[in-house]
Structures are given as C-alpha cells and as structure tokens.
Design a protein. Structure first.
Length: 81
C-alpha cells in the first residue's frame, strides 16, 4: 500500500497535466498564435511534452517496445493533431 500511493499520484499528475492543459495545438489555437510565435510556442510545448512523457516512462520503468509505444501515444496526446 505504501508504494501504491506514490505511483497513483505520479500517474494522476502526468495524466492530469495533459488533460488539464489540452494539447499543444489546442493551446496555440486558444492563444490565437500564428507565424513565428506559433512555431516558437509549439517547439517549446513539444519539448516540454517529450520531457514529461519520458519522465512518466522512466517512472513506470518501461523499456524496449513498451517504452516506445508509450512515448509515441503520450506525445501524440500531448501535441495533438
């Protein structure tokens, strides 16, 4: 039980961050960004999302194909269409 609570908290923080913040594309649309401002925002947002997804995969101790699949889905959810 002692180990379950920290694991749940981490998973809620990671999934909550993506759900609450929406995707990078949606955020750029809400901010009505265009041109260089949108490109700069998307670059930073994607980098932040990649770091968050990699940390989540590390926390889950994923490796190999499972890690790659998890990272691919996490980044797709975070960046958006």
């Amino acid at each position: 039980m002692k180990h379950l609570l920290p694991a749940l908290l981490v998973s809620f923080m990671v999934s909550g961050a993506h759900a609450a913040d929406a995707s990078c594309t949606a955020q750029a649309g809400e901010k009505k960004l265009a041109g260089a401002a949108k490109s700069s925002f998307m670059k930073k947002c994607e980098a932040d999302a990649k770091a968050a997804c990699e940390k989540a995969a590390d926390d889950k101790k994923l490796a190999g194909a499972a890690r790659n699949a998890n990272l691919k889905k996490c980044l797709a959810d975070a960046v958006g269409p």
